[in-house]
Design a protein. Structure first.
Length: 234
């Protein structure tokens, strides 16, 4: 039986711009189960990245329920959110965000060190090596990011995001800096790896052809999240 990894109910996000209140997310209600790949598409400024930030505990919802990996993060304090992210989340960025002075192996190992799993130095290196091998980079362990192609850097990012076996992988435009063929390869690798490990994926993308590969697709427009068959509120 699938277990909900994301549950939101009438989640709203309001921010102030000067004296004007901006409604960023409007009554967002949806659920994502373990092992499920969900894509969110929509134009720039529609609220996609804000949704990801709320789900990652990086932005606090103004109202409504936000439960991720069984935890109500809408009322958690900053320390609790930091622990929650270390234990439950993997994040894949558009711009890779690898540390340039660290090798591929060291970049992935760092995620395990931050997660404070209690593993020894040897165990951390073994787990990081295995994670890089899973994304086809077992022969690039000692390469710095500058010596890797964009697709290889993003695969290092994927290995880093998945090495802690997170319950949820948040992917924010992960193919935005890749050519189409490389982007498709990275997406398929990401989907297969997450399904193998039973992690849920929330993919933010503007590319509808990539979103079509997901198990479910939502559209975000003016802060409203709808399925393809639903009408966007005026």
């Amino acid at each position: 039986m699938s277990v909900p990894v994301i549950e939101t109910d009438k989640t709203n996000l309001e921010l102030m711009s000067g004296k004007t209140k901006l409604h960023i997310l409007n009554d967002v209600t949806f659920q994502v189960n373990s092992g499920e790949v969900t894509a969110v598409v929509g134009p720039s400024g529609s609220g996609k990245t804000s949704l990801l930030m709320v789900l990652g505990g990086l932005e606090r919802a103004s109202s409504g329920k936000v439960v991720v990996a069984g935890q109500d993060i809408s009322t958690a304090n900053e320390d609790q959110l930091a622990i929650f992210r270390r234990k439950n989340l993997g994040i894949l960025f558009q711009n890779f965000h690898l540390i340039p002075s660290m090798t591929a192996l060291e970049n992935v190992a760092l995620a395990l060190e931050i997660a404070e799993t209690g593993a020894s130095y040897r165990e951390i290196r073994e787990q990081a090596t295995a994670s890089l091998s899973e994304v086809g980079l077992g022969d690039r362990l000692t390469h710095l990011p500058s010596a890797l192609s964009g697709g290889e850097q993003q695969r290092v990012g994927l290995a880093r995001a998945m090495v802690t076996n997170p319950r949820l992988l948040l992917a924010d435009e992960p193919t935005g800096n890749l050519d189409q063929d490389t982007g498709i390869m990275v997406i398929e690798l990401m989907f297969n790896l997450a399904r193998k490990k039973g992690a849920a994926i929330l993919l933010i993308t503007h590319d509808r052809s990539l979103a079509a590969k997901a198990d479910r697709k939502f559209t975000m427009n003016h802060g409203h999240l709808t399925t393809a068959l639903e009408a966007v509120p005026a």
